[in-house]
Design a protein around this ligand. Structure first.
Ligand code: UDP
Length: 472
């Protein structure tokens, strides 16, 4: 390892939705900023998908991955243990391995970056006298809520969803109670307290890196910089360093998908997918199928076993959960892909014009970079907040009248939304807006742009601490 180069370790929680953004960050630091990166991935007995992905992903020669030995929390959880609680437990359980892995490295990292479920490792960085940063692979508004929710906890009585007024985060867009992220919905659940604590731990780092950019979230950034109440809570600097997304890997699309897409006219296909873990009920899957069929638009749909379908994970059975005759009737119109598809490559294909998405932040950024309008269909986590931003603030998405987590969205409404983004004037306006956002995103990341400068500043701080030369 070149000792004149900065060496940064990045710690990832288990799960594709966490590993992907960390890999993207690591590759970006290496290829654009010449940093040597070691990625430590916490693994569990269900990490098969991540391990496969880690083997196949294209990495810069400066990036090295270490999959930590599996951690087991099975004796400490019940079937009801919520996901955030589990992620925090995995991170705590992995502490001894994280410490010993760093200690045994020939060249100790100069700094540590932890993802949003791993701030419990901040004290390890302190032990090794390394600066430590939290990477929040979501937007600034959601990150600010994260750091501020322990204050709301003291200010508000009762459940947040029962509030009549929006929740106030100083200087930021208020949050309507129905958009509150899942982990904050039940104040008696352990994950609520884990979430609050994560937000407090964020502010014990040396800085928070957020996967967004200044032009997209100017108001929130101003609040973080100028609002005195917020500054008294979030005392550490917040750096907007995005949008970092997975690059399109040419020719990597599975042949059946690429040959199908190649046959479709330009700008004619809607892509439908709910992220790495999103699932619908059997009834909603049925309505979505009929809605797509009624719209008579071309589609490519990544289908998962329904939530309540009592299904095995077999790809063949999965198709049984679509309405009878659906595949036959839509043979000329659509392609159904079981479980997983290469999203970035699909979104980047010239025939794709729209995306029905669960609004995970990675998917959102990938869509902006592909400049296609969206149907916002949030399911869990902070996705309702993301959807609010997309539909109300930046106006690049349409949404169902009632949140899909509250009520089944009917086929006619789905048909209408699909037509709106695929055919209507409104869809074209959203598309134009998406193109502007893409341009502004590229500017932010280019040499001298706001995100480029933010990352450079963080890397300079790390180099100063490590007494490495800083180029003039
Ligand atoms: N993804 C993919 N194929 C799929 C589903 C998801 O490539 O079939 C990728 C997607 O491109 C994104 C990530 O998985 O990079 C999902 O992250 P996001 O933040 O959108 O949602 P999450 O899965 O964390 O809910």
């Amino acid at each position: 390892m070149d000792s004149s180069k900065l060496h940064v370790a990045i710690l990832s929680s288990p799960g594709m939705g966490h590993v992907i953004p960390v890999i993207v960050l690591g590759n970006h630091l290496a290829t654009i900023h010449g940093v040597q990166v070691t990625i430590l991935v916490i693994t569990t007995n269900t990490s098969h998908e991540e391990c496969q992905f880690l083997k196949s992903v294209t990495l810069s020669s400066l990036v090295h991955i270490i999959a930590l030995p599996q951690v087991d929390i099975s004796s400490k959880i019940t079937p009801k243990t919520a996901i955030v609680t589990q992620l925090c437990m995995f991170a705590r359980e992995a502490l001894p391995e994280i410490r010993s892995t760093i200690a045994s490295m020939n060249r100790k990292p100069d700094a540590l970056i932890v993802d949003l479920f791993c701030p419990s490792s901040i004290p390890i960085a302190r032990e090794f006298d390394m600066p430590v940063y939290v990477y929040s692979p979501t937007n600034a508004w959601a990150t600010t809520l994260f750091t501020y929710c322990h204050v709301l906890d003291k200010e508000i009585d009762g459940e947040y969803v029962d509030q009549e007024e929006p929740l106030r985060i100083p200087g930021c867009k208020p949050l309507r109670p129905e958009y509150v992220p899942d982990p904050l919905l039940d104040r008696n659940d352990q994950q609520y307290h884990e979430y609050l604590n994560l937000g407090i731990e964020f502010t014990q780092s040396d800085g928070i890196l957020v996967n967004t950019w200044e032009d997209l979230e100017a108001n929130t950034l101003e609040a973080l910089r100028e609002n005195e109440i917020l500054r008294s809570i979030v005392k550490v600097p917040v750096y907007l360093i995005g949008p970092l997304t997975r690059p399109v890997e040419p020719d990597s699309l599975k042949s059946d998908i690429s040959s199908w897409l190649d046959k479709q006219p330009t700008d004619s296909v809607i892509y439908v997918s709910f992220g790495s873990g999103g699932v619908l009920s059997a009834e909603q899957t049925n309505e979505l199928a009929f809605g797509l069929e009624l719209s008579q638009q071309r589609f490519i749909w990544v289908v998962r076993p329904p939530l309540d379908g009592g299904l095995t994970n077999s790809d063949d059975n999965l198709l049984d959960y679509l309405p009878e005759g659906f595949l036959n009737r839509t043979r000329e119109l659509g392609l159904v892909v079981p479980n997983w598809a290469q999203q970035v490559e699909i979104l980047g294909h010239p025939s794709v014009r729209g995306f029905l998405s669960h609004c995970g932040w990675n998917s959102t950024l990938e869509t902006i970079r592909a400049s296609v309008p969206m149907i916002a269909w949030p399911l869990y986590s902070e996705q309702r907040q993301n959807a609010a931003m997309l539909t109300e603030d930046i106006c690049v998405a349409v949404n169902p009248q009632v949140l899909p987590t509250k009520k089944v969205v009917g086929r006619e409404e789905i048909e209408k939304m699909v037509r709106k983004i695929m055919q209507g004037k409104e869809g074209q306006e959203m598309r134009n807006k998406m193109k502007e956002l893409k341009f502004s995103a590229e500017n932010a990341l280019s040499h001298g742009g706001s995100s480029f400068n933010s990352i450079s500043k963080v890397l300079e701080e790390m180099k100063l601490k490590a007494q490495l030369p800083i180029p003039q």
